[in-house]
Design a protein around this ligand. Sequence first.
Ligand SMILES: Cc1cc2nc3c(=O)[nH]c(=O)nc-3n(C[C@H](O)[C@H](O)[C@H](O)COP(=O)(O)O)c2cc1C
Length: 188
Amino acid sequence: MSNKLVAVVYHSGYGHTQVLAEQVLQGAKDGGAEALLVPVSDVDKHWDDLAKADAIIFGSPTYMGSVSADFKAFMDKSSKVWAEQGWKDKLAAGFTNSASMSGDKLNTLQQLSIFAAQQSMLWVSLGILPGNNSSTGSPDDLNRVGSYLGAMAQSNADQGSDVVPPQSDRETARLLGVRVAEIARKFN
Ligand SMILES: Cc1cc2nc3c(=O)[nH]c(=O)nc-3n(C[C@H](O)[C@H](O)[C@H](O)COP(=O)(O)O)c2cc1C
């Protein structure tokens, strides 16, 4: 059986969400898939690759409580794919990052999941129980932000992408990639 192809389509204005995208990519590889990283600025070179992908994982920073304008432009461009239902029955998943612990990141993941539904894709949740929510919890826990719909990360506004998001968020993102690759393999 040939390897599954997982594409990671993302936008990052200042590099923080890119760190996560690279982690998701690594996770997809760790999960046994071929993996392709597609910044939305390059998407026009990759529509054929996306058509071949078994899964597409979407990532955007949360800007003003929603996906970034660059990511939304990609969503709107994909209406040609929508018209042909070209991504129907592919797996989908999502991740986002913002400065505040909440920052209204849930709205961004909801946007991504509705986008996937409009494309008739099958949404894969994060699949990691929330951490950092008990007396024995810590910010070093996986899924420290406590998301179910996708991977959430938090990056302090005054620190660069060499420092934030922290390792726990990076590993949470990697495990989302692993999960999508493993489900893609099971899902023929
Ligand atoms: C235009 C703009 C809007 C933002 N809106 C939010 C927001 O709604 N919630 C939040 O927590 N952080 C917000 N932030 C902070 C970013 O989400 C945060 O800096 C993130 O790490 C940026 O990711 P990036 O480096 O991948 O662009 C905003 C930043 C910018 C530039």
